[in-house]
Write a protein that binds this ligand. Sequence first.
Ligand code: UFG
Length: 332
Amino acid sequence: MTILVTGGAGYIGSHMVHELVDAGEPVVVLDNLSTGFRFLLPASVPFISGSTGDRELVGKIIAQHGVTAIIHFAASIVVPDSLRDPLDYYRNNTMNTCALIDTAIQGGVGQFIFSSTAAVYGNVKESPIPEDAPTAPISPYGTSKLMSEIMLHDAGRAHGLRFVVLRYFNVAGADPRGRTGQSGPVATHLIKIACEAAIGKRPKMDVYGTDYPTPDGTCIRDYVHVSDLARAHSAALGHLRRGGASATFNCGYGRGHSVFEVIDAVRRVSGRDFPVEIAGRRPGDPPELVANVDRIRKGLAWHPQFQDIDTIAAHALAWEKRLLGKRSGGAG
Ligand code: UFG
């Protein structure tokens, strides 16, 4: 009954591992530590350093730990990097996922949960976006994830593997108990950047565009708390364990916040009025990206707890302060 979590030492994966351990589930983690950190994980969890594309290693893990389900997070996730080096994204995301699915089937693993992304939709014409909207990714990152979704559908049909695909919207926040959070050295996402500005780790932040067709002119996104997201995976696992059919779900809250609203939230919870500069639009940013959540509400027993944007900002900020303590040699 062991669950293999790939990329379990990463941002979302480590929240998943804590969630599973809290629930008393046996877990084994596979991570190559290219962007993950061992210190984000409970010391008690079996950890194997390696690649999801290493069939021999993964086969051994499945057999030795009695793996019955895989939650697959391990991936490269930086959209601009994927434009610079697309083949690396196809190798790491698509080809390694192909090997992992194959090894899972060979090893008799019956359940698979896959980290996908709203980036599979590309330039969206409707918002909120339903799962059956056309998929036309505009980056190799989005394409690499969509290809993995397609492989899962085909392999599932041919070999009886049941799966859930979760398409994440904008993941943010940190473990409410402060055990893990976003820890990479370079922040690329809005809430982490705003938190870094709030604690003085960066002198200011930029707002990329204030001339969008939205109420305050800045882009709107559906920010989902990472711990709620981890719970969505547990709900997906419950669905598969009860014999539920393979399915694809958007994972957001179905409501959007503008860049200015997010910055206001970080200012509120930090009590710091950090400098914000208005910069030009960032290429490739759609004005609005919000999930239609009808399907996940009906299909999974998912009960999000941290939808409030101030709560998401407060948890992200608490983690950022903790990281600052760790890096400056404090108790952490
Ligand atoms: N933004 C700023 N200033 C910053 C950083 C971001 O104004 O310093 C803005 C962006 O322009 C955007 C919004 O804040 O309008 C959110 O940007 P993020 O970079 O935090 O997130 P994205 O919406 O670009 O990224 C998300 C997911 C990706 C996914 C992508 C697909 O995090 O994994 O959507 O569109 F690939």
